[in-house]
Design a protein around this ligand. Structure first.
Ligand code: LLP
Length: 434
């Protein structure tokens, strides 16, 4: 469910006309709905009622400091993966002490920064990492709180690039070596065994793999609680969102109309399947949702540059490109594309929607049926709140796009479009070329 809908012919985010945002701040611009993010938190908490839950928002999905502050105000902590992300949490005035630090290659400097800021726990991915954590904690005279990430070897049935819980992925320690890894960890004087963790992949649309993974890891969690007194089990993130019918899936009624069985995962379905498995453990349950929290809460606004009518093919060339939203080029992902001004009297247009970047991969959609659109008209890429801006780049020397946050009828720029001067600020011509 989300708060993007047409009011009359114009697409709104909450009470804000998106054309007004485009007029004020230009395009391409990401726009986020604060109410949608808040609803996502509430629904997740409600779905998991009965558990002692700590939501650690996977901030890699969208790490704008305004988004972080909003989630912090809603009671969430963070799942972070770099020193940069940790510093963003601090700048947002949010809580590192309830946040977790994941990733397969944390540097000594990053570990030190996290320990100095009293991170809740490190999610450890390998045995060499245990030694490094022990070493850095020893130098600081503190104990490093840890959970080991278990790789349960479960197929998440998602895109190969975002599946993480198979034995041939680089993540975690195989279940069969987990007991030995905890024994090894317990011998380090500067480590504190605090929990156990898993994460099997992203954009999961079926509940089965979650259930299978929790069923595999739960007995280990119980054993670790008895043996080492661990206090939490992090079940990771991964809940998928709706991409194909993104706009339609705004109101509750759409969800009610979906035939049972083909309905995408909801927090209610997720909770109903997992609470009975997790409750008996008597552990705190950490969740690390990224996409679910922000994915449907954001759109990318773009403007049409040209409609190029080719032989047997039309190209709608827009001013957003793969540098702004890389997901279609990188994962062949689908983003619904809708006009900001809907006009049912217009004929349909079938076109490839492409950006101006000089490679064929700069394509958002192939043979997409749209309303006929022309130069200067505005459109929105739906479900772009997660892994949109966060994965944007400056390829082709295109500036980083702007970001705007909406709440009710209020909206504010939360990240100004990058200027050319900012783009090249760190560059210089060396003396030997002058
Ligand atoms: N926890 C861990 C350890 C993770 O590696 C991830 C995501 C998450 C939580 C959050 O997963 P989520 O709830 O967002 O599915 N760039 C890709 C997605 C990469 C996900 C990486 N890890 C995309 O645009 O689809």
């Amino acid at each position: 469910m989300h708060h993007f809908r047409y009011t009359g012919p114009n697409l709104h985010c909450e009470s804000v006309d998106l054309a007004e945002v485009a007029r004020l701040y230009g395009t391409p611009t990401y726009v986020y709905s604060a109410a949608t993010m808040a609803d996502n938190v509430t629904r997740l908490q409600r779905g998991l009622d009965g558990l002692d839950v700590q939501i650690c928002y996977a901030m890699k999905a969208n790490s704008n400091i305004a988004v972080l502050r909003h989630f912090a105000n809603l009671g969430a902590a963070f799942d972070l993966v770099s020193g940069g992300e940790l510093r963003r949490v601090l700048v947002a005035g949010a809580d590192v002490k309830r946040s977790v630090f994941a990733g397969v290659g944390k540097t000594e400097a990053e570990i030190k920064l996290a320990l100095e800021n009293e991170i809740f726990s490190f999610h450890v991915e390998s045995e060499p990492e245990l030694a490094r954590l022990n070493h850095v904690a020893g130098k600081l005279g503190v104990k490093a709180p840890i959970a080991i990430r278990i790789n349960p070897d479960v197929d998440a049935h998602t895109h190969a690039k975002i599946t993480t819980g198979k034995s041939d992925n680089k993540f975690g320690i195989p279940l069969k070596f987990a007991a030995a890894a905890y024994e090894a960890a317990a011998k380090y004087p500067n480590l504190l065994l605090k929990g156990v963790q898993m994460h099997i992949g992203s954009q999961l649309t079926e509940i089965g793999p979650f259930v299978e993974a929790v069923e595999k890891v739960a007995p280990l969690a119980a054993e670790l609680k008895t043996k080492f007194g661990i206090t939490y089990f992090s079940v990771g993130g991964g809940i998928g969102i709706v991409y194909k019918d993104a706009l339609a899936s705004g109101p509750q009624s759409w969800w009610d109309e979906q035939p049972a069985g083909s309905r995408p995962i909801t927090p209610e379905v997720y909770g109903a399947a997992l609470v009975p498995l997790l409750q008996p453990l008597g552990l705190k349950i950490l969740l690390e949702p990224g996409r679910f929290m922000v994915g449907n809460a954001g759109v990318l606004l773009a403007r049409v540059e040209h409609l190029k009518r080719g032989a047997g093919k039309n190209f709608l060339i827009v001013d957003a490109a793969m540098n702004d939203l890389v997901r279609p080029a990188m994962y062949d992902s689908y983003h619904e594309i809708v006009p900001l001004h809907r006009d049912s009297s217009r004929r349909a247009l079938v076109a490839d929607v492409v950006g101006p970047i000089c490679e064929s991969g700069d394509c958002f959609a192939k043979d997409r049926q749209l309303q006929d659109l022309g130069e200067g008209e505005l459109l929105a890429f739906m479900s772009a709140g997660a892994y949109g801006y966060a994965m944007a780049s400056r390829y082709n020397s295109r500036a980083m796009p702007a970001e705007v946050l909406v709440r009710g009828s209020a909206f504010e720029l939360i990240n100004a479009r990058e200027s050319f001067e900012q783009m090249i600020a760190g560059e210089k011509i060396p003396a030997f070329l002058k």
